[in-house]
Design a protein around this ligand. Sequence first.
Ligand SMILES: [Zn+2]
Length: 185
Amino acid sequence: MTWRDVAMSAAGAAVLGLGRLVAAVQRFAALQDRERPLTTAEQEVLRRVFHGSLDDVRVVEGRAGLFDVVPHPFTLGTTIYLKGRRDPGLLVHEAVHVWQYRTRGARYATEALWAQARYGTRPVGGAYDWRAEVRRGRTRWRDVNPEAQAQFLQEVWDGGPAVRSALAREALEAVRAPVGPSPGH
Ligand SMILES: [Zn+2]
């Protein structure tokens, strides 16, 4: 572990800790929808990608309180805030963040925010653009930033040209490997 790793983990833990605190207050004050387990349909989607390793993901369907300042779905640890969206590809995208949290701990959050700060969020050349990551020399799925990893598997789910690539094989193998318990939650 380098100092950078330590700093990324500490910053990620602070972000997730703050998020959890907000979520706890919002649950108490009924400012966000109740968390629920995955529906059967959602579970089927995630099983096809993750082979059952994410069956215990929780979902907040609609109102997200303060988190509604971000207009798109987002994930806090193992809880996915769908913001009323029902697109299975988006569910896969967010579930990749749960997988990242499970396998890398809180640092995934810092890495995702860092990538967005560095490359922006535009569709071409931004943090989500996995092709741009490959052009930057990150030719393995495990090396692309967390947003590009999530976007890549979203595209695989949606049946885009990514499906039959070596990167897809590597990605699916990675997310289907057994995952240990959540770090500290
Ligand atoms: Zn994302």
